[in-house]
Design a protein around this ligand. Structure first.
Ligand SMILES: Nc1ncnc2c1ncn2[C@@H]1O[C@H](COP(=O)(O)OP(=O)(O)OP(=O)(O)O)[C@@H](O)[C@H]1O
Ligand SMILES: [Mg+2]
Length: 300
């Protein structure tokens, strides 16, 4: 198996889905589903429970064989890539599954080392340990978490450990399935900021399934809505609000949607005020500095 780079998709869409159909027996989950994910964006994916968000993610990463349709990831048709050991694009993405999916018998560091062992067996033990430790710290866990087992971690720490493993191979694409579910509001907000910082500093494209309206408002560039077995709308939240689909209206204009919107507006105001105060302080410091420098110059 090798991590050879695959040719990139022409244009700026690392993920393209066309005419996707998934069914379990007679139960059709997706039909005629299309989706483009733009390079460098955080795309939120929303939809009622059971509408097929996780199945869509599993299809994109090749874990679910679709009944029809085409999926292209980073320039490779995903079904071809799965059959071709020489061009393995799995090392170009990282995944945080809905349940965390950590190996319970391995420590956090050993969990992070799993993809490193699989894709880079030539890396020696010491370097692999160092990379794993770095990813654990990058995900906001303390260094002592490296030696802990998943059962010894809180839910939030487990999410961070899963994120550390998802980042193990320096991915271009990050798939997150409900990363803030089950976290307290402060922990969820911190996790949102972590994802945003990582996306900005590492230049990631993020496919983020969530029910968390605060996450959608705070960090998502666009949101794709799944209903009626397909993606019924993709856009910024104001663009979605301009549509008249009942589910979208109910979701974003319901009490929780409005509360999230108010919180986001309040946060933006606070940031604005903080920036103005900081600017004021800089100006005052500068004036004070000019006053002290001026006599010194006069005396020279
Ligand atoms: N392996 C499977 N076999 C049979 N049915 C399945 C399988 N996986 C998923 N389904 C069904 O497909 C539908 C979509 O499931 P999926 O897990 O994608 O929902 P979801 O949108 O992620 O929901 P949630 O928000 O609750 O996580 C559900 O009705 C589920 O029961
Ligand atoms: Mg799901």
């Amino acid at each position: 198996m090798s991590c050879a780079p695959t040719p990139d998709t022409p244009g700026d869409f690392p993920i393209r889905v066309r005419g996707l159909k998934n069914a379990f027996g007679d139960f059709v989950v997706h039909e005629h589903l299309d989706l483009d994910v733009r390079r460098g964006e955080i795309l939120g994916v929303v939809g009622g429970s059971g509408t097929g968000k996780s199945v869509l993610m599993r299809s994109i990463i090749g874990l679910q064989i679709p009944d029809a349709g085409e999926i292209e990831v980073l320039g490779s048709a995903i079904t071809d890539a799965r059959d071709d050991d020489d061009i393995d694009i799995r090392c170009r993405w990282g995944i945080l599954f809905q349940g965390g999916a950590l190996f319970s018998t391995l420590t956090v560091a050993e969990n992070v080392e799993v993809p490193l062992r699989e894709f880079y067996p030539e890396i020696d033990d010491q370097l692999r340990h160092e990379i794993a430790r770095y990813k654990v710290l990058l995900s906001g866990l303390p260094a002592e978490a490296t030696g802990k087992f998943p059962s010894e971690l809180s839910g939030g720490m487990r999410k961070r450990a899963g994120l550390a493993r998802a980042l193990a191979l320096d991915p271009e694409l990050l798939f997150l399935d409900e990363p803030t579910a089950g976290l307290d509001p402060i922990g969820a907000a911190a996790f949102d900021q972590l994802i945003l910082n990582l996306q900005q500093t590492l230049g990631l494209t993020v496919f983020l399934i969530t029910h968390d309206l605060d996450t959608l408002y705070e960090i998502c560039d666009r949101v794709a809505v799944i209903a009626d077995k397909r993606v019924i709308a993709v856009g910024t939240i104001p663009e979605l609000l301009a549509t008249d689909h009942p589910w979208i209206q109910q979701y974003f204009n319901g009490p929780r949607g409005r509360a999230a919107q108010n919180a986001q507006e309040r946060n933006a105001e606070l940031l604005h005020e903080a920036a103005a105060i900081a600017q004021d302080h800089v100006a005052q410091d500068q004036t004070a500095q000019d006053r002290t420098v001026a006599p010194a110059r006069g005396q020279a």
